[in-house]
Design a protein around this ligand. Structure first.
Ligand SMILES: [Zn+2]
Length: 177
């Protein structure tokens, strides 16, 4: 019985192998995908990337690559910050003039941890920012457009499995990395 079944299988396999291959269907013409480095990173963007945590560098490059493949061209405008820079931002709208732009002081910012970037899309609409945000989320990151009470569509961060409390147990004791 088993021999018969196996024999049948073998015959079936032979029949499959012997079958002439169907001619490949003509693929519809599609535009060539943009090169991964389109548009090229500017020297400022390269410098910004180089200062990020290595995981964040990889994540950011993958987001840029996927966004560019989708026809979007986000530019990096901000990356790692020093403790002093973050504290100056935190003071804004509190003890110094201007609108409140952050709820994080010192090492509470993923920017200080080297695990956040801000981007802009020249001429981009809200939906374009949301698309980049979705790409980032698909790659395991977080998008500032999802932040409750503080819409930050320009912001991406990547720190899987790490909370800011773990990364920054003492905001009064911020150390530059
Ligand atoms: Zn940011």
């Amino acid at each position: 019985m088993h021999g018969l079944v196996l024999g049948g299988l073998a015959l079936g396999l032979l029949a499959l192998l012997g079958r002439p291959r169907a001619a490949p269907a003509a693929a519809p013409p599609s535009p060539a995908p943009p090169p991964a480095d389109w548009p090229p990173l500017t020297p400022a963007e390269r410098a910004l990337l180089a200062k990020l945590h290595p995981d964040m560098q990889t994540f950011t490059r993958r987001v840029l690559e996927a966004a560019r493949a989708a026809g979007l061209a986000p530019r990096l405008i901000s990356g790692r910050r020093t403790c002093a820079e973050q504290n100056a931002l935190y003071a804004q709208g509190r003890t110094s003039p201007g609108p409140v732009v952050t709820h994080a002081r010192g090492c509470q910012s993923w920017h200080v941890q080297g695990r956040a970037v801000d981007f802009e899309i020249p001429g981009g609409k809200a939906a374009d920012y949301a698309r980049v945000g979705q790409i980032a989320k698909d790659l395991g990151g977080k998008w500032g457009g999802d932040f409750k009470g503080f819409f930050d569509q320009w912001h991406l961060e990547y720190h899987p499995g790490l909370t800011i409390e773990q990364a920054c147990p003492d905001p009064d004791n911020c150390k530059d990395h």
